[in-house]
Design a protein around this ligand. Structure first.
Ligand code: NOJ
Ligand code: CA
Length: 702
């Protein structure tokens, strides 16, 4: 061991010591004196408000970075680097090269979203890492671009051609996130057969295995963090694998041949993101992921349609209908007209119809090759239905279930979008139920290959679909998708997606979604972007009895709250029409609530316990609030600081009744109106598994 190492043993990236050491470095400002025999320099960069501090250096030839929030280390000294199948690895023997600094503060507008006005405000440093002298030049080195915002850090690799090779095959990305192992983590496993559809676990970080992102953490210092990625384009999705206690390492989904990423240099990786906030709701109020994506590439997107939709859908999940043909076939012309009438009568713009096309009769879970995307079943008259819809001011929402057979889908995709475009369809829901082993493609040699849902092949497939759809003025709502990384900024027709356990699990899931599931989603999955959760089930046990193991584990009021809490520019009104007709007063909230917002503010919450979010109607003066609780009852107090002074408001409150309980008394609900003004506070009781939905109706100047 060298003298250098002995004198500062805490420099070594062993984890347990590593994080305390890094804290010490931050508190004592020791980075500059680490130079020693390896001549390391350091680069420091602060967020515009000065609270977040990033440091980059090279230790014994290995590039590293660390992040602090105030005087607290949040990411301890962590490795950067890349290894290739044939080119020389970019992992050691490196030194700091040129450092280029920049800053940006600009506003941009979202065509739809949680808020209209966005502020992209960061300090940036592009750090070059070069071959160490005197070894001579073997590689071309690489650069990492870091951006530090007030709400977190993003960084990406910028890789030039290496060893004379333009085509590079990545076999390891060495990016690490060394965190305090005593942090609490909310996470779902990665690379499981069920994609992202798992119940979240809350464990010490030290107990995390391989996790999907976003993974959200609370440090022992009470700082909230979420690790994810932004702008996942032409690269494999990143999971995080715990290599040593507290040390999460990038773990990219491999191709079927084992290579992680195939790229032609020069190329940039997606942004690796670290959202940082002093409180839990700060994560929800962060726009970091969107700010790290490229601006809109589609130009005029006024054809992108938001809104609420009903559908021939829940009926299949609770077995009232079938997707396939036969006596219970859901997608019939007659049934379609009934749903169109219901949508038109209640002001909903879309009707989703699943099971309309040939292919559902076989073992569709395992055989996507059966699907035709242009040929309807004989009892489904596409022209008659879409003409009827148009006459009633409603549009069909198309459906393309692929069962993961991407080759079969891509061969028909162009015709399928052209057909729908001709029939006035503006939104298509896609599906990748791939329980036959994964996403399938037929390669150049005609061999069937199985790929991951978040591997580079599938990442590229989704973007091919979104771009093809855009040419037909169609927006895409993907189920069993690749995770969201904010690409809606660049492609605003990528309108929503699933990518977590949605309402469907309450129809057949064993277990169904727990009451705390929707108190975790806003702090985890929803940080990535909109989710097509499909709220609004009014018949909570669909005849099975309230003590049935599989049922909706919420109160009625909580189903209403979901429309505000779980953001999506398209929201399903998911239950059977007859169940809404039985409860017209509660249904009124669903008719009123919009899906597009001028602004959104997460007001209060704790991960897995409760959350309260306020949103202002886009182009209007009304506000909406949704709040929900886990399995515990609680009282929350929400100050109305966001309301406009001198404006008169009436709050229309849909709350749990005094004895409401998701288990035994879920339908007890009180609907009341009262005047409310800025400066006042609303005190609200949430039942076990309960919630509250509020429309704050602006009544004009005082
Ligand atoms: C799974 C989707 O999440 C669900 O919404 C859909 O009904 C089925 N696949 C069939 O496509
Ligand atoms: Ca699903």
């Amino acid at each position: 061991m060298s003298h250098h190492e002995m004198s500062v043993p805490w420099l070594r990236p062993t984890v347990c010591r590593g994080w305390r050491a890094t804290m010490l470095m931050f508190s004592l400002g020791l980075f500059l004196i680490l130079a020693g025999s390896v001549a390391a320099k350091e680069v420091a960069l602060k967020s515009p408000d000065g609270k977040i501090v990033l440091r980059v250096d090279v230790e014994r030839g290995v590039p590293r970075y660390a992040v602090a929030y105030g005087d607290k280390a949040v990411v301890m000294s962590s490795r950067l680097g890349m290894r290739f199948k044939t080119a020389t690895p970019l992992d050691e023997g490196l030194r700091l090269g040129k450092v280029e600094r920049a800053s940006l503060d600009r506003r941009w507008e979202q065509p739809w979203g949680e808020r209209r006005q966005m502020r992209e405000h960061y300090n940036e440093v592009l750090v070059h890492f070069l071959e160490q002298a005197p070894k001579g030049k073997v590689t071309n080195g690489f650069a990492v671009r870091f951006r530090v915002f007030n709400d977190g850090v993003g960084f990406r690799y910028e890789i030039p051609p290496q060893s004379g090779q333009v085509h590079l095959e990545i076999v390891d990305e060495l990016t690490e996130f060394a965190m305090d192992p005593a942090s609490t983590a909310w996470w779902i496993p990665a690379r499981g057969w069920n994609r992202y559809e798992y119940l979240y676990k809350a464990t010490p970080l030290s107990e995390v295995g391989r996790a999907n992102t976003p993974i959200t953490l609370k440090t022992p210092d009470g700082i909230y963090l979420s690790l994810h990625e932004a702008a996942l384009v032409d690269y494999s999705g990143m999971s995080l694998d715990q290599k040593r206690s507290g040390l999460l390492k990038a773990d990219l989904a491999p191709w079927s041949d084992g290579v992680l990423v195939k790229a032609d240099a020069p190329f940039n990786t997606p942004w690796r993101t670290i959202q940082i906030a002093p409180d839990s709701v700060g994560l929800i109020n962060s726009d970091l992921i969107l700010n790290l994506n490229e601006p809109n590439k589609l130009g005029d997107v006024s054809w992108v349609e938001k809104g609420k939709y009903v559908g021939i859908w829940w009926g299949m999940h609770i077995k009232t209908y079938t997707w396939g043909s036969g006596p219970k076939h859901g997608a019939t012309t007659k049934n379609a007209k009934y749903y169109i009438d219901f949508a038109a009568k209640n002001g909903f713009s879309g009707v989703l119809i699943e099971g309309w096309n040939i292919g559902w009769d076989g073992d569709w879970f395992h055989n996507g090759a059966l699907f035709s995307f242009t040929q309807p079943y004989p009892d489904f008259d596409l022209k008659e239905i879409t003409d009827y819809a148009r006459a009633h001011g409603v549009r069909l929402i198309g459906h393309h279930e692929t069962s993961g057979d991407v080759s079969n889908y891509e061969a028909q995709m162009e015709d399928a979008f052209a057909l729908y475009e001709k029939r006035g369809v503006r939104i298509v829901k896609t599906g990748y139920v791939a329980d036959g082993g994964g996403i399938q493609r037929v390669d150049e040699n005609g061999t069937r290959r199985y790929e991951w849902h978040d591997g580079q092949f599938t990442v590229n497939h989704h973007l091919r679909v979104v771009k093809a759809a855009a040419r037909h003025h169609i927006s895409i709502n993907a189920h069993e998708p690749v995770k969201d990384t904010g690409l809606r900024r660049t492609y605003p027709n990528w309108i929503s997606r699933e990518g977590a356990r949605g309402q469907e699990y309450n129809a057949w899931g064993v277990p169904p979604n727990s009451p705390e599931h929707t108190a975790i989603l806003p702090f985890t999955r929803m940080l990535a972007g909109p989710m097509d959760f499909t709220p609004g089930i009014f018949d909570l046990d669909f005849g099975h009895g309230l003590d049935a193991p599989t049922r909706v584990q919420t109160t009625l009021a909580k189903q209403l709250a979901l429309y505000v809490v779980l953001y999506s520019p398209i929201q399903m009104v998911a239950d059977l029409p007859k169940n809404y007709e039985k409860r017209p007063k509660a249904f009124q909230f669903i008719k009123d609530v919009p899906t597009d917002w001028e602004d959104s503010i997460a007001l209060a919450g704790e991960i897995g316990d409760y959350v309260a979010i306020a949103r202002k109607v886009r182009g209007g003066a009304d506000w909406y609030i949704g709040a929900l609780s886990d399995e515990k009852a609680r009282t929350i107090v929400l100050p109305m600081d966001f309301l406009t002074a001198n404006e008169r408001y009436v709050a229309q409150i849909y709350r749990d009744g005094p004895k409401a309980d998701w288990k035994t008394n879920p339908y007890a609900m009180v609907i009341e109106e009262k005047p409310i003004a800025r400066g006042e506070a609303l005190r609200l009781w949430l039942a076990p598994g309960g919630g509250v939905a509020i429309r704050i109706h602006a009544m004009g100047r005082k």
